[in-house]
Design a protein around this ligand. Sequence first.
Ligand SMILES: NC(=O)C1=CN([C@@H]2O[C@H](COP(=O)(O)OP(=O)(O)OC[C@H]3O[C@@H](n4cnc5c(N)ncnc54)[C@H](OP(=O)(O)O)[C@@H]3O)[C@@H](O)[C@H]2O)C=CC1
Ligand SMILES: O=C(O)[C@@H]1CCC=N1
Length: 268
Amino acid sequence: MTSQTAILGAGVMGEALLSGLVRAGRRVDRLMVGEKRPERAHELEERYGVAVLDNRSAAAKADTIALVVKPQDMADLLEEIAPVLRPGVLLVSLAAGITTAYIESRVPEGVAVVRVMPNTPALVDEGMTAISPGSHSSEADLAEVETLMSSVGKVLRIPERQQDAVTAISGSGPAYIFFVVESMIEAGVHLGLPRATATDLVIQTLVGSGKMLRETGTHPTVLREQVTSPGGTTASALRELEVHKVRAAFLAAMEAARDRSRALAQGS
Ligand SMILES: NC(=O)C1=CN([C@@H]2O[C@H](COP(=O)(O)OP(=O)(O)OC[C@H]3O[C@@H](n4cnc5c(N)ncnc54)[C@H](OP(=O)(O)O)[C@@H]3O)[C@@H](O)[C@H]2O)C=CC1
Ligand SMILES: O=C(O)[C@@H]1CCC=N1
């Protein structure tokens, strides 16, 4: 039998997964999308040539089902599809905060669940995804999810107890980086640079720094020290970042994200 994958919830992350699978060469006749809004369904059919069905029909036909709705919509979605789930089917949840136990308690016995935390760089095949097994998922299930998510970037296996922290760091992480980028561009404009020049400077600095981190394997502290000439400009700037408690702000921000992920599991 040919393996079929359904993506239920085709917003930002659902479409990132869909587009990544298509780019990776997955045949569209092996993919389905569950989407309730007709105009969005039409858009996805046009863009990818993929079949867009109602959730139940997609879930009934699929061997692997990616759950990509908001955490607050997960209970309703599970209630809708539970009656058509067969033992042996694999549920892959991308929702922040939602535990595998939460899902397992709402679906028939024998349904495997894997929890996944991706991020939006998946759109350009540079995603970071952490995956954790539920209580009934096998090595084959984890390998299947690794294959699925490695089509859009890097995949790491982690214990589920680390998922809320991972959500705070890499799941939400791109937003912090974009925030820093926005702030640096605005600073460049404030210093008198044309906006387009400031934007080019910041983006290339970000890409170059990321490449250095990945390709040299050198610790970020060492790389930062290499930029910081004694008595120079960088030292003056870094002192201001410390005075304004930017390091402490990052810690507080990520603790808040971790706590929010935990709260989402309680339905708030
Ligand atoms: N965005 C990100 O960077 C990341 C998101 N995630 C997780 O991915 C999930 C989706 O997030 P995101 O893509 O940002 O959110 P979006 O709101 O963009 O996407 C959710 C989609 O699900 C649809 N939807 C809601 N209920 C149902 C349903 N019952 N059946 C089918 N579709 C439904 C929504 O439609 P409508 O708008 O019409 O309600 C919407 O299109 C969340 O659980 C989030 O935690 C994880 C990592 C990163
Ligand atoms: O903000 C959110 O809740 C989702 C989960 C991680 C990134 N976006």
